[in-house]
Design a binder for this molecule. Structure first.
Ligand code: NAD
Length: 502
């Protein structure tokens, strides 16, 4: 990792030079080989300037069939599920090593395709990806099955069996982290995988697939198909030979996957969906400046394109002016710019269409009577990129669209409250339940309120903290699966009972 460090602090020119010389992948990875497909392609447009970067093969049903067949063969007849877990672990750790060696290249692909600042892709996303493959590689041979206490004339075994062929369908906002959170535990469990990245961000995933082959994963163990959601994603959802499907994306598309499963083989479907996470600031927060700075960082990080973004700031009326002034000031000073410039703090939104959608949410907030405190419009029009100013609205009504709908962009809704009970009721008044933040110095209040919040993760006096030891996922319409930690293996294994009469 250290040998790569200089790239992270490289200049704007360094990154531009590297980008110009970067080979861009174009073919699917099926059965261990690059597969150009039947001729259909789609353009990948860079959000930094709105210009096409390249074209990539677009999978139809035939390519999805071929990828699933390869994964099926590798599962039913190949070595992978039968390997000693230590050997699977070694291959995953080799992949982690290759990801580290190609860290700058993968970070650039991510930054170019979806617009996050390359330094964040390098420092945050690529670190997470390598750590995930290494963590599950290390876990692979540390698992044990159960032998329950039985009568003396019987022996019972409860063993974890790999579920089979797993399809992983992921979004573009953290293209490789979301992929790694599914692919690494599924492979560690002995499953084989077909990964479908979002059509906005296929390049980094296709490159990861090639590195998996280089790391020694047998053919068919990891396949990567690029393609449109309603075509390739749907084909995976309906495929009779896919045993489990792990999805991260919008709640709307999550509903499709449940239907696909019902209409096909009842494959189990794991959903990690959207959010509208509350971030509660009580007057006894240990450090109000830090609470305000973290609220701003949280909503603007990754252009606000975060499922966990603390997009509802619930602040006690007595401190609202101080906190909101600080957040709005940060919004005004945040440096928007070319994601390849290390000085950039916020890049462009992923597509022109997505920016239009976010502008629609801003228009709705005005119509619903909220007060604009910062931002509210586009930026850097001369670049052709999809830039948007970090935006803060206060006086947002709890019934307003901005308080209820996921924006998935850098737009904060501020709501005020007078009592803790009111704050908890506001926080839970949402279809979503992915995450929540809470700022208080009162230990009892921290525990009491955390328990009362309906969310998969509660962060107290911090936000977006954690590591691979803790599970991640939502409740309510934010989904139900859990990525990360040893619990992720539950999605990719079946429990088998063997009862032996002695
Ligand atoms: P999306 O739901 O539009 O797309 C996600 C994936 O589904 C893509 O690969 C896409 O090609 C595919 N897809 C789209 N339509 C499909 C269809 N009809 N059938 C089958 N597949 C289809 O989401 P997005 O725009 O890529 O990402 C943004 C969403 O993802 C937000 O709602 C965000 O909250 C959510 N997200 C959730 C988490 C989490 O862990 N809970 C993490 C990141 C993003």
């Amino acid at each position: 990792m250290t040998e790569q460090q200089p790239h992270s602090s490289g200049t704007h020119q360094d990154w531009q030079r590297r980008a110009a010389a970067l080979p861009l992948p174009a073919a699917h990875l099926i059965d261990g080989r690059g597969e150009p497909g039947g001729g259909d392609t789609f353009a990948v447009v860079s959000p930094r300037d709105g210009r096409p970067l390249t074209t990539v093969a677009s999978a139809g049903e035939a390519e999805v069939d071929a990828a699933v067949a390869a994964a099926r063969r590798a599962f039913d007849h190949g070595p992978w599920p039968r390997l000693a877990p230590a050997d699977r672990g070694r291959a995953l750790r080799a992949l982690a090593g290759l990801v580290e060696r190609h860290r700058a290249e993968l970070a650039l692909l991510i930054s170019l395709e979806m617009g996050k600042p390359v330094t964040e892709a390098y420092d945050i996303e690529m670190r997470a990806v390598a750590t995930t493959f290494r963590w599950y590689g290390e876990l692979a041979d540390k698992l044990a099955d159960e032998a329950p206490h039985t009568p003396g004339d019987a022996l019972a075994l409860v063993t974890r069996e790999p579920v089979g062929v797993v399809a992983a369908v992921v979004p573009w906002n953290f293209p490789l982290t979301m992929a790694a959170w599914k692919v690494a535990p599924a492979l560690a469990a002995g499953c084989t995988v077909v990964l479908k990245p979002a059509e906005q961000s296929p390049l980094s995933a296709l490159r990861l697939g090639a590195l998996a082959v280089e790391a020694g994963l047998p053919p068919g163990v990891l396949n990567v198909v690029a393609g449109a959601g309603p075509v390739a994603g749907r084909a995976l959802g309906l495929h009779p030979d896919v045993d489990a499907l792990a999805f991260t994306g919008s709640t709307e598309v999550g509903r499709h996957f449940l239907r696909y499963a019902a209409d096909s083989n009842l494959k189990r479907v794991w959903l990690e969906l959207g959010g509208k996470s509350p971030n509660i600031v009580l007057p006894d927060a240990p450090d109000l400046d830090k609470a305000a700075a973290t609220a701003a960082w949280g909503i603007f990080f990754n252009q606000g394109e975060m499922c966990t973004a603390p997009s509802r700031l619930l602040v006690h009326r007595s401190i609202a002016d101080r906190v909101v002034d600080a957040v709005a000031e940060r919004a005004r000073t945040l440096r928007i710019g070319d994601p390849l410039d290390p000085a950039t703090e916020m890049g462009p939104l992923v597509t022109a269409a997505h920016r239009e959608r976010v502008l629609g949410h801003i228009a709705a907030a005005h119509e619903d009577g909220a007060r604009l405190r910062a931002g509210g419009g586009t930026a850097l029009p001369e670049t052709g990129g999809h830039y948007l100013r970090p935006t803060v609205f206060d006086r947002v009504d709890p019934g307003a669209r901005l308080a209820r709908e996921e924006v998935f962009g850098p737009v904060l809704a501020v709501l005020e409250f007078d009592t803790v009970e009111e704050a908890v009721a506001l926080a839970n008044d949402s279809d979503y339940g992915l995450a929540a933040g809470l700022w208080t110095s009162d230990l009892s209040a921290a525990h009491r309120i955390s328990r009362a919040l309906r969310a998969g993760t509660v962060w107290v006096n911090c936000y977006e903290e954690g590591d691979l030891t803790v599970p991640f996922g939502g409740v309510k319409q934010s989904g139900h699966g859990r990525d990360k930690s040893a619990h992720a293996l539950d999605k990719y294994t079946d429990l088998k009972t063997t009862w032996i009469q002695l």
